[in-house]
Ligand binder design. Structure first.
Ligand SMILES: Nc1ncnc2c1ncn2[C@@H]1O[C@H](COP(=O)(O)OS(=O)(=O)O)[C@@H](OP(=O)(O)O)[C@H]1O
Ligand SMILES: [Mg+2]
Ligand SMILES: [Mg+2]
Ligand SMILES: [Mg+2]
Length: 364
């Protein structure tokens, strides 16, 4: 763990992102893993868009935001993050706010460099609302998904904590923690394999523009540079997609992968940006995300994952083949879907996607 933290610190100095932020980030993970085990139904709430949010989502956002702001006290601080305090400020939100405040204080006490006076509920609300920035094409903005794949988190499956840095609208840093992702490959196209890490679970991916992608184990015992699969024949590629059928069209991706490309392996369906992490180390060669028409993707669902993949040699585009544009505020500006693969497979994948979408629009 410490090895990963020191490594990150060295690579990130020019971006004012110190190792203690990373260390605290890892502490947040440990708390989330604990919360995941004991989570009570009463700790789960539905937001206005009917998606779930838990004490762990709010607690994670408060801690990461609090620590980042402290670390970066000498420069303007801007954070675009998923959660806001609206529901917590209502009468009905007081009980959950109390539990979040306790969780945040319990976590910060463990991290000695942040032992401040106990935070009040108002301090916690303020920390959560630090994430209200809108982002955009100028200056620097941190982008945080405190728990990506909340539905996976609640099932005890995959989830991620995703933090990225935008500079003039481009992603320049990303860190993706996947506490439930095995260190060993979960796919068939694995470039990365480690005999000794077969049983271990918990990976932290980090990427800085121009410097590649690294995978750290959460216990700090290993650190490796990772690369996407170099498979050229689509038939041999395995592909990732969302676990939740409501988040992507499983039928359309099956038509693209099986029918058009001849992919033989069944889809690997996992929650969250853990898909980007797994693809960056070559577990599979393709990630297809084809949401319902009208769904607008948020930048925090893709910023960290996309740099983790591109720095590992992969390509991330919309279905027209254009790079994702993170400079337009909290939404990606297109609603057409996202495809991810290696450079060799991208032309045939793009062609297959285009044809399948066309056939869906005008069935024979
Ligand atoms: N309708 C719809 N379509 C597409 N995407 C949606 C939709 N609703 C939600 N979301 C976002 O999906 C995020 C979860 O990531 P995945 O879809 O990759 O994972 S999974 O569906 O849980 O398998 C999830 O992230 P979190 O809210 O951080 O969990 C949402 O931002
Ligand atoms: Mg959510
Ligand atoms: Mg998310
Ligand atoms: Mg989230």
């Amino acid at each position: 763990m410490l090895l990963g933290v020191r490594h990150w610190k060295k690579r990130s100095e020019s971006c004012s992102f110190s190792g203690s932020v990373q260390a605290t980030f890892v502490k947040v993970l440990n708390i989330e893993m604990k919360v995941q085990k004991v989570l009570l139904q009463s700790d789960v709430h539905l937001k206005s868009d009917k998606t779930p949010v838990t004490v762990a989502d709010y607690g994670s956002q408060a801690i990461v935001s609090f620590v980042l702001e402290k670390e970066l006290s000498t420069e303007p601080f801007s954070l675009v993050a998923e959660e806001d305090s609206g529901d917590l400020r209502m009468e009905s939100g007081q009980e959950i706010l109390h539990r979040i405040t306790k969780l945040v204080n319990d976590t910060l006490v463990i991290e000695e460099s942040y032992t401040v006076a106990t935070l009040s509920s108002e301090d916690v609300l303020r920390a959560i609302d630090s994430g209200k920035s809108e982002g955009g094409s100028s200056g620097r903005h941190w982008v945080l998904d405190p728990i990506d794949g909340t539905k996976g988190f609640l099932r005890g499956d995959q989830y991620a904590i995703a933090l990225a840095l935008l500079d003039e609208g481009k992603v320049v840093l990303g860190v993706l923690a996947c506490p439930n992702l095995p260190l060993a490959s979960i796919g068939t196209n694995n470039k990365h394999s480690s005999e000794s890490s077969n049983e271990k679970v918990g990976c932290l991916f980090s990427a800085k523009v121009g410097e590649g992608t690294f995978m750290h184990s959460l216990d700090g015992s290993s650190l490796i540079k990772v690369h996407v699969s170099d498979i050229e024949n689509p038939e041999e590629a395995s592909f990732f997609e969302s676990f939740e059928a409501a988040h992507t069209s499983h039928d359309l991706s099956s038509a693209i992968a099986k029918v058009k490309l001849g992919v033989k392996a069944p889809p690997i369906r996992i929650d969250s940006q853990a898909k980007y992490g797994a693809l960056s180390r070559g577990d599979g060669a393709i990630y297809l995300r084809l949401p319902c028409k009208g769904y607008r993707e948020k930048i925090w669902d893709h910023a960290a994952g996309s740099i983790v993949v591109t720095e590992a040699g992969g390509v991330v585009t919309d279905v027209a083949g254009n790079p994702l544009d993170f400079s337009k505020g909290e939404h990606l500006d297109r609603d057409t879907g996202i495809i991810v693969t290696n450079r060799k497979l991208m032309p045939s994948l793009l062609k297959a996607v285009r044809e399948s979408i066309q056939e869906k629009v005008s069935p024979m």
